[in-house]
Design a binder for this molecule. Structure first.
Ligand code: NAD
Length: 331
């Protein structure tokens, strides 16, 4: 029996997370789901997006399945719920795979993982205004850089053994410079891994021109956030892109998309990113065979091409796609 925190969040999180839970239930494994609330709706009720009690209850579980939360611009006192959770739970590694799936709008040559430092960088949360200017402090520490670099190299050892270090060390000489130096030092412990270096602007272009050259991309927080959405665009869009935020003792799994207010409540959000995030959670729990089966079920539905949500050119609803995936899983 796995004890799992389920936090749908706001908007389409409330649609896609129940879909992923349905798929998990149909694997035959036993789960004790702890249903919890966080996000902007919670903030409006109680003045904080993630109440302390929610964090404590999450800590009592083995992993968390998270949806998405709304982070409106210009609301004083509000801070992204998921950024808060990543910090509170020490989830230092954000892992965002992008790979080709059998659909027309998906590039055929993509199989990469963006490994992004998750707790500092430009998302440090340290911001202030002073005499008509505004500042955001970019924090890069040796300790966090080393942890994320080791994570990326360990992952590369299980894949095609290539790491591309992406920074802007020519301009941000101190922060990116430290991240690069530490990454190259860690690389020395992994002689089998090929190491490549790119500045983030060229990396963004190469992702479009020749995504096949990438295996593991190791990069600080905000660059990884942007490059992973770009990579998602190569393989069908945000509805197809899962992620994991991993710490030494805990992990949280979430689609990389947001709460999508433009389609929230319409029942047409693509649940595949959330379902593939649940697949990553199964891998983390050591249920690799079942994880593979979930991914195969998603691929079957994509290959058949009949039951797809509008973002993939179909006309089906979230629940129809979910049921089709469950049918494929049980077949
Ligand atoms: P978004 O990811 O919510 O949506 C971008 C576009 O992609 C929209 O057109 C949306 O309809 C589409 N889309 C996203 N997921 C989809 C899915 N599963 N199926 C079909 N279409 C999908 O990004 P946004 O519009 O920039 O942000 C909306 C809100 O979400 C903002 O408040 C933002 O701060 C927040 N956000 C939260 C997270 C998170 O919780 N991890 C991540 C990104 C954005």
């Amino acid at each position: 029996m796995y004890r799992i925190a389920v936090v749908p969040g706001d908007g389409i999180g409330k649609t896609v997370v129940p879909a992923a839970v349905r798929v998990l239930e149909s694997t035959g494994l036993k789960f004790d789901f702890q249903h919890l609330e966080a996000g902007y709706e919670v903030f409006k009720k109680v003045g904080t997006p993630v109440p302390e009690e929610v964090i404590s209850r999450i800590e009592e579980t083995q992993a968390c399945l998270f949806g998405a939360t709304t982070t409106p611009v210009g609301v004083p006192g509000y801070r992204s719920a998921v950024v808060t959770l990543r910090k509170a739970l020490g989830l230092y590694a954000n892992v965002r795979p992008a790979r080709s799936y059998p659909i027309q709008r998906c590039r055929k040559d993509v199989d990469l993982v963006v490994v992004r430092e998750n707790t500092e960088g430009l998302y440090s949360g340290i911001e202030f205004e002073l005499e008509g200017s505004a500042f955001t402090i970019r924090v890069i520490t040796r300790k966090a850089s080393e942890k994320i670099a080791r994570f990326a190299f360990d992952l590369a050892m299980k894949r095609r053994k290539k790491v591309t270090i992406v920074t802007k060390a020519n301009i941000m000489r101190k922060t990116c410079g430290l991240f690069r130096d530490v990454s190259l030092l860690v690389a020395e412990d992994y002689p089998e891994v090929r190491v490549d270096e790119l500045f983030v602007d060229v990396a963004a272009m190469n992702l479009v021109l020749k995504p096949q050259v990438f295996d593991v991309i190791l990069t600080p927080n905000m660059f990884g956030d942007i490059l992973s959405d770009e990579a998602a665009g190569l393989v069908g869009g945000l509805g197809m892109a899962p992620s994991a935020s991993i710490g030494t003792e805990y992990a949280l799994f979430e689609p990389i998309h947001g709460s999508a207010p433009d389609i929230a409540g319409k029942g047409i959000a693509n649940p595949m990113a959330a379902i593939l995030s649940a697949k990553m959670m199964l891998d983390y729990l050591g249920e690799s065979r079942l994880a593979e089966r979930v991914e195969e079920a998603v691929e079957t539905v994509l290959k058949e091409g009949k039951i797809l949500t509008p973002d993939l050119g179909g006309t089906s609803t979230t629940s129809e796609v979910t049921e089709a995936i469950i049918d494929a899983l049980e077949a």
